[in-house]
Design a protein around this ligand. Structure first.
Ligand code: SF4
Length: 540
């Protein structure tokens, strides 16, 4: 199916018609009577074939509520909602793409498509939506929020994920405008454009869709003290970087254009600035073997110590330079079984402070010339781990998700580890069956720590992340079983303060997203230039 055919199909599936509303009525009656949602959808197929999409079902429900035909029924809505997992980590992620633009990188594995920012393909799910909106930041965010709302998801807390080549390579006026327009959309500003980014940010502090995290992706050699200040000005809280390999020989063979030392320096700088750090790691690069990849992966945990990783196995694509290398017989993609074996080997060794976000990129398999085409690799790896009787202990594999948590049974754990120029404390609340209900990342900069030049951070310990799990709730609402509002965040902050004081830090600084400033201000932090800061009295 071509991209425009897919877009057309998506629109058809999700646009309401009188026939669909009639079908939805029948489906909802069945669900109310106790039938499973899928069974009910199958029992009432559409005239031309196929079943109603869940998005159309939720949209029909919303329309019936709006017209007064259906009284709001929270339990019913919960049952028919699609993919609740999207919000289970406590926030809803909205992904947007920047416009097509060249990247300073020349990586041989990276695809080029003139319609897309470097490294993206037009038929990747998020990219397809961006293309449909002509890469306009406002309509990308606005339409995503509308779509999520129509599916019944809370959208009051949004993590904004900005993708597209190398963010830092775009002109700064474009970056500032792009972020401002994203904020305008989160502020539900209609057609009016804010006069400035600070104005849009200030509105968002109390807005209806608060930004609780802002993520960009860039290259390690773009990270400098000045860049950190700029990123903070934009409101960025998390940075994704391609490390790809921790072997200079492999980096060179793949024309990455930076060294391992530069990656380490960038990670140290980001850490000193309190940013959350996501590293992309790529097995099966030119020059690597499954054996060298196993060794390479283990290097991530000395010095680099990323908070999150994305494992993106190299995929052979026709529009990347690597294709010619493969044609010459000088490159061979791993087979699916080799990849599963490799990742199942390395996953159990991942430290408990790290979250594995992905184990494969969302590239439609039709683009892959040779090698693994399975996009369900995560499930295959889980099955393999189970077969071996081992398990992954990363954050994602231990999150409580939407399950009930008895806060009285939670245990506070302080996992301390050494990163380059910093002692890290990963404070987490753990359930009796070893699941994570919430965590805080406290960074204690050590002598020799890189100088960021930001006054807020002088003699300060840094809170880089506070995350409490539970179904994403409307701000201010409470439910008995959800963990998000049960005060775990406050308890973690108190613990962080105790540790910072015990280590003689003069202040505690938190890298706050625009929409979480209020949370920290209510807990004794004050506005600094770029961070929220709490002065610490010396111990008696
Ligand atoms: S830096 Fe990233 S986007 Fe740029 S060429 Fe390399 S992989 Fe592609």
């Amino acid at each position: 199916m071509t991209i425009s055919e897919r877009q057309k199909r998506w629109k058809q599936d999700n646009t309401l018609t009188p026939e669909k509303i009639t079908l939805a009525r029948l489906v909802l009656d069945d669900v109310r009577a106790g039938k499973g949602v899928l069974d009910a959808l199958r029992a009432h197929p559409q005239v031309g074939g196929g079943i109603l999409s869940k998005a159309a079902l939720v949209a029909a429900y919303n329309e019936m509520v709006a017209s007064g035909e259906q009284t709001p029924d929270k339990a019913l809505l919960e049952r028919i909602r699609m993919k609740p997992v999207r919000t289970l980590s406590g926030v809803t992620t909205v992904t947007v793409l920047t416009k097509p633009y060249p990247c300073p990188g020349k990586c041989i594995f990276c695809p080029t498509d003139v319609r897309m920012p470097k490294s993206y393909l037009p038929d990747e799910p998020g990219a397809m939506r961006a293309l449909e909106h002509n890469f306009d930041p406002f309509t990308q965010v606005q339409s995503r929020i509308t779509a999520l709302e129509s599916l019944g998801h809370p959208t009051d807390k949004i993590e904004l994920l900005i993708l597209g080549g190398t963010w830092s390579a775009y002109r700064r006026d474009y970056q500032e405008w792009f972020v401002k327009r994203c904020f305008d959309a989160m502020n539900a500003a209609g057609d009016s454009e804010s006069a400035s980014l600070p104005e849009a940010q200030s509105l968002n502090e109390t807005g209806s869709h608060r930004n609780v995290g802002l993520v960009i992706e860039t290259r390690p050699d773009e990270i400098t003290p000045k860049e950190l200040i700029w990123l903070r000005y934009l409101g960025v809280t998390k940075v994704q970087m391609g490390a790809q390999s921790l072997d200079d020989r492999v980096l060179e063979m793949n024309k990455r254009g930076h060294t391992v030392a530069q990656t380490l320096q960038a990670v140290a700088l980001l850490r000193a600035g309190g940013f959350k750090i996501v590293l992309h790691w790529m097995p099966n690069l030119l020059g690597a073997t499954p054996r060298s990849d196993r060794e390479d992966f283990s290097r991530l945990w000395s010095g680099f110590c990323p908070d999150e990783i994305k494992i993106y196995p190299n995929q052979l694509l026709a529009n990347a330079e690597l294709y010619e290398v493969w044609q010459r017989g000088e490159f061979q993609p791993y087979k699916t079984e080799e990849l599963i074996d490799l990742i199942a080997d390395i996953k159990p060794g991942i430290p408990r402070y790290c979250r594995v976000n992905r184990v494969i990129r969302d590239i439609p398999s039709t683009n892959v010339v040779e090698g693994n085409r399975r996009t369900s690799l995560r499930m295959d790896i889980s099955a393999e781990l189970k077969r071996r009787g081992t398990q992954c202990n990363c954050i994602r594999c231990r999150e409580v998700r939407g399950t009930s948590v008895d806060s009285a049974a939670l245990r506070l754990d302080d996992l301390t580890y050494q990163a380059t120029f910093a002692e890290e404390h990963f404070l987490s609340f753990i359930t009796p069956d070893d699941r994570i209900a919430g965590f805080l990342r406290l960074c204690l900069p050590q002598p020799g720590s890189v100088e960021t030049g930001m006054a807020d951070l002088k003699d300060a310990a840094l809170i880089r992340e506070v995350h409490v799990y539970g179904q994403s709730l409307a701000v201010g609402s409470e439910t008995g079983s959800a963990t998000q509002h049960s005060g775990l965040g406050t308890k973690l902050l108190i613990e962080a303060e105790i540790i910072a004081r015990a280590h003689d830090y003069k202040a505690l600084a938190v890298i706050s997203a625009i929409g979480t400033r209020k949370y920290y201000l209510e807990r004794g932090f004050e506005r600094g230039e770029m961070y929220l800061v709490r002065k610490l009295d010396p111990p008696n």
